[in-house]
Design a protein. Structure first.
Length: 186
């Protein structure tokens, strides 16, 4: 992994995305901090760095398509797809709706989804993996062979174990503890 890119993205995540206060996570758990990756992923340099680094994970796992639940996975998927294009990597992306769309093609899985491609589900930050497991179920129901779960940030609160139970390999770029330490170091 490109250590200079990783160090730069860590610095941006610590400055832009780390928030310390009591709140409830999407998993329903309480926490005294939050890593709002979208604050970084919607910065041009943050998106570029995240795409470059995540593409390394995608390539290492021989993944051919990526995606996850809307909204969490969208900016990260887009950043990775753009990086794939820059590097000539054949990669498609998709997203999973919470509910099947009521009009148009009435799909739950949207985008350039191809059921025959080696697939990874992802999210910007993973706690227990609940949202990513929801995406996994939808993508498997649509016929794809999902082999991996990927994250920009892992909170180390059960996601690893949940993905192992589903037979997925799991990789991430940063731990939440690493971002917390960088934010506190200023």
């Amino acid at each position: 992994m490109n250590s200079e890119h990783r160090a730069e993205l860590l610095k941006i995540l610590a400055a832009e995305s780390y928030v310390e206060r009591d709140l409830t996570l999407s998993s329903g758990r309480s926490s005294n901090f939050y890593v709002d990756c979208k604050r970084t992923l919607y910065l041009p340099r943050g998106a570029w760095l995240a795409g470059e680094l995540m593409l390394e994970l995608v390539s290492a796992n021989r993944i051919e398509q990526i995606g996850g639940m809307a909204v969490g996975a969208l900016p990260l998927t887009d950043a990775i797809i753009a990086a794939a294009y820059r590097h000539g990597v054949d990669l498609t992306g998709f997203f999973v709706r919470k509910e099947t769309k009521a009009h148009g093609l009435q799909q739950k899985v949207e985008g350039a989804f191809r059921k025959e491609r080696r697939t990874a589900v992802l999210d910007d930050a993973i706690t227990t993996g609940g949202s990513t497991l929801d995406a996994l179920a939808a993508v498997r129901a649509a016929g794809a062979a999902v082999t991996s779960a990927l994250a920009l940030v892992d909170r180390n609160e059960g996601g690893r174990e949940a993905f192992a139970r589903e037979g997925l390999s799991y990789a991430w770029i940063f731990s939440a503890d690493e971002i917390r330490a960088a934010a506190r170091a200023g």
